[in-house]
Design a protein around this ligand. Structure first.
Ligand code: ATP
Length: 273
């Protein structure tokens, strides 16, 4: 199964415009990336300040399906960088010592492919707070945090690298990693009304399903949905229309929204909410 591998060492084809909403996050990231570029061109007498000016990584945190990985890809694109996406549990589910080795290898590969971005999905599984328990798992976690810190503190000024972690649980992340010179954290919450409108625009365009005159009803019907659920709605409409050999209609989108609402309710009941 090579899906993870195939995303390696390519510059992702995702731009800000593919991400609906979250203008504040985009602006904050733009600013940080700009300062990073600027700090590279500092005169010699200011070079010693460099490490303090910009973080070496970002943590995107928030509920599932809100576009955290999508943001990581767009950052890599802005940075003109290749990307390696690694799942946290893939690194932690190894024998003692192997996780650290895997991290060393990842950073070495990233150095060879610079400019580059390493993305740790489910970062909390690797970067859990040190000393947060005394089981073997957390001891291994400690060593991996230490390894990541060593790697990041050793970033050479001439090699452009960035580490991005995504997580649903920021509170689990070791605070040593969240120092401003290491990871800057950005919240990516459920989309608000404005963001939903924009996400609907993005996916209506991707799937070439016109929503004119129907967009506002969709915005109202998708309160509390995440971006991934909105994408799934358009995908389902696209597939149904292809299967039935006719263009997608607003009525059919409406039916799909209704069906999705019902299955969400069921899930929430199932989870005791
Ligand atoms: P998880 O926490 O479950 O890993 P995530 O926050 O990383 O989720 P992504 O994997 O980035 O979520 O999002 C999944 C898909 O949902 C994206 O590929 C995209 O199609 C869609 N999506 C999510 N948020 C947005 C958004 N703001 N704009 C457009 N599409 C979005």
């Amino acid at each position: 199964f090579k899906a993870q591998q195939s995303s390696s060492f390519e510059i992702p084809d995702v731009s800000w415009d593919d991400i609906g909403g979250y203008d504040d996050v985009k602006a904050a990231l733009e600013r940080t990336l700009h300062i990073m570029n600027m700090s590279r061109a500092l005169p010699d007498e200011d070079q010693h300040l460099r490490a303090e000016l910009t973080p070496r990584g970002f943590v995107f945190y928030g509920p599932p399906g809100t576009g955290k990985t999508l943001f990581a890809k767009a950052v890599a694109n802005k940075f003109n960088a290749t990307i390696q996406i690694v799942s946290g549990p893939e690194v932690t589910n190894k024998f003692v010592g192997e996780g650290e080795r895997r991290i060393r290898e990842l950073f070495a590969e990233a150095r060879r492919n610079a400019p580059s971005v390493i993305v740790f999905d489910e970062f909390d599984s690797i970067a859990a707070r040190r000393g947060s328990g005394d089981d073997g798992g957390s001891r291994a976690g400690n060593a991996m945090v230490a390894q990541i810190l060593t790697e990041m503190d050793g970033f050479r000024p001439d090699v452009q690298m960035l580490v991005i972690g995504t997580t649903n649980r920021l509170e689990l992340i070791d605070s040593a990693l969240l120092r401003p010179s290491r990871f800057a954290s950005f919240p990516i919450d459920l989309p608000d009304e404005y963001a939903r409108r924009d996400i609907i625009r993005v996916h209506a365009r991707r799937y070439r399903i016109p929503v004119d005159g129907f967009a506002e009803a969709l915005v109202r019907a998708t309160v509390d949905w995440n971006g991934d659920e909105i994408r799934a709605l358009f995908r389902d409409a696209f597939v149904a229309a292809k299967y039935e050999g006719r263009p997608p209609t607003p009525t059919q989108l409406g039916e799909l929204v209704g069906r999705h609402q019902i299955s969400r309710k069921r899930e929430h009941v199932g989870r005791g909410r």
